[in-house]
Design a protein around this ligand. Structure first.
Ligand code: CU
Length: 241
């Protein structure tokens, strides 16, 4: 067994648990808190289960899947928020989680592939690279400029997303031309999707986005297309006069 791959996985899981707990508590975001608990359970099992035991191997695989999930959503969130010049906090949050989770995922793959620990030194290189990626990513965001997020226009319909829920579920427009101003206060992605109108706005953590569309008179259903979110109640209606 590669001892240092194990240490990399352990520290990445600790970082994920701590970061998600901070974000979850600060934003009162149940989904982030649930992920923090999952990572914390993984950390406890890694600390207590015997080397080579089935419980330990299974936990490493589950952590690998969690790392992959968080890395995917947080890398894309960082990229989207940098491109849209969101506030620094909402670039650093997903970036830190992306770096920790990517390092953890590489640790899991490393441990599975390098069973005899021949490339043990590589785990330290991955840890340093993850830290460097965080610094470089923050630097990149500084160069492109943060804190110039989209602001609400005078005729915009505001829609706030918090705790995997739309804070308004029955919206009324005043004309055929509709502009939604949507903010996502959660750690994970959400969307505002209206199938009949081809509207699909995806929002990462802390983002502020506007979308304008025209619609004939009627009542339309909007929902979040992230798996499980519509079932959890993320849907509402928008009435166009
Ligand atoms: Cu959602």
């Amino acid at each position: 067994m590669g001892a240092s791959w194990s240490i990399l996985i352990l520290w990445a899981a600790v970082a994920d648990a701590v970061l998600q707990a901070i974000v979850g508590i600060a934003h009162v975001d149940r989904e982030a808190i649930a992920f923090a608990v999952l990572f914390a359970v993984g950390v406890v099992v890694l600390l207590r289960a015997r080397q080579g035991s089935r419980v330990r191997s299974g936990t490493v695989i589950i952590l690998g899947l969690l790392f992959a999930d968080v890395a995917f959503w947080m890398i894309t969130a960082t990229w989207s928020n940098v491109r849209n010049h969101e506030q620094l906090l909402y670039i650093i949050e997903p970036l830190a989680l992306a770096c920790a989770s990517a390092a953890g995922l590489i640790g899991v793959v490393g441990q599975l592939v390098d069973r005899h620990g021949r490339a043990n030194g590589a785990a330290a290189v991955v840890a340093v690279a993850a830290f460097a990626a965080f610094i470089l990513g923050t630097g990149g965001a500084a160069i492109t400029g943060w804190g110039k997020e989209q602001t609400q226009g005078p005729n915009d319909l505001a829609l706030r997303i918090h705790n995997t829920a739309y804070r308004a579920t029955a919206i009324s427009a005043t004309s055929h031309r509709v502009t939604l101003y949507v903010t996502n206060e959660d750690l994970f992605w959400h969307t505002v999707t209206i199938d009949q109108l081809g509207v699909d706005l995806a929002l990462p953590v802390g983002s502020h986005r506007r979308i304008t569309f025209s619609a004939p008179s009627g009542t339309y259903t909007f929902y979040c297309r992230i798996p499980g979110h519509r079932q959890a109640g993320m849907q509402g209606t928008i009435k166009v006069p």
